[in-house]
Design a protein around this ligand. Sequence first.
Ligand SMILES: *Cc1c(COP(=O)(O)O)cnc(C)c1O
Length: 456
Amino acid sequence: MSKEIPYKIYLEENEMPKQWYNVRADMKNKPAPILNPATLKPVTVDELSGIFCTELAKQELDDTTAYIDIPEEIRNFYKMYRPAPLVRAYCLEKKLGTPAHIYYKFEGNNTSGSHKLNSAIAQAYYAKKQGLRGVTTETGAGQWGTALSMACAYFDLDCQVYMVKVSYEQKPFRREVMRTYGAKVTPSPSMTTDVGRRINEEFPGTTGSLGCAISEAVEAATSQDGYRYVLGSVLSQVLLHQSIIGLETKAALDKYGIKADMIIGCAGGGSNLGGLISPFAGEMLRGEADYKLIAVEPASCPSLTRGRYVYDYCDTGKVCPLSKMYTLGSGFIPSANHAGGLRYHGMSSTVSQLYHDGLIEARSVEQTEVFKAAEQFAKVEGILPAPESSHAIKVAIDEALKCKETGEAKNIVFGLTGTGYFDMVAYQKYNDGLMSDYIPTDEEIEKSLSGCPKVD
Ligand SMILES: *Cc1c(COP(=O)(O)O)cnc(C)c1O
């Protein structure tokens, strides 16, 4: 018989993974290569090294090495806030009256409040090791910028963050956390880059967009000596670093002889979901086990459930490599949605390929339902979840309620990517009954998709 399962399953420090797992190595159908936007040829490490650190450029293009050592300095940093607990949601199960066993992997146990620190520290480490002076990036809602500021402070690297102007003004506290960690935060579009000045001239008074902030950050990186650009999601290197989530989850489950039936994650650019499911998808790919893997996305930005699997631009400025992915088109502007981290038009190429091959299924959910689930969860589990994470909570609850009908004691695992303390405007809207859902029409998606480049 299995041991009694504690509320929190912790790993010992010496049980923490020493290597990241690269699921691409076990994929027969590899994600399509990323292409140089000028030549439409697969990019080389050399070309990528102009934008990214060389070691990260190598990781980006490596689809054959299954295990990659986590450098000791990164492992030591991880030890400050990891291993993250795998929590048995006994209180939620009881409240729902479900026979299902619900587990969540909690990634909100650090100041940045999300899983993004797992990759930020790795990217900062390789930048430092290469002898760079600093890195540039963009941030929307601010979680990524915060995580990167923390990582750069640790390694004494300069950190320049282009923050979408509307968030810069509406989320002053996020901005101040970044500044406290020493980052230089610039509202985007700014007057400090050519592309920023051009956009400000063309659209006076614009409050910015993620696509524009990316273009500014890339320009800032390539126009200063000793700087590179870093990105917090979507890329294969980020998925690799985030595999720490899945490896720890699997180790914790194995410790108690628990076999997950389904694994659920929210999907913005796909990094936490990809990281969480990687070791499990690996077992499926090698024919060793079977799981139901579910990606959850907002109905307002449904790249997997309603997008198309084609090559597309990763940024509005069209300076980054082209990626084959499920996309809504790089010009797609999702309606106001409070899950800022889920408003990206595309999806990780690895998650896209796994979904295309039927290993992952996808669901889209509306935000009022998501906040209802968040409230339900917060009341019994004691954590105020991030709106992004609450997408996974919503589907986990749905699945647990299905088990209540069928009487099945399934093991449901989901990723709780972060906390929602900086999202109180969203909770306020929900509490005041002012939250609405906007679902794009087929025509809107079609129109945006017509802007995809013609490649194939
Ligand atoms: C950024 C973010 C996400 C979404 O990003 P992915 O790359 O899809 O994982 C989800 N949850 C939180 C809390 C985030 O900050």
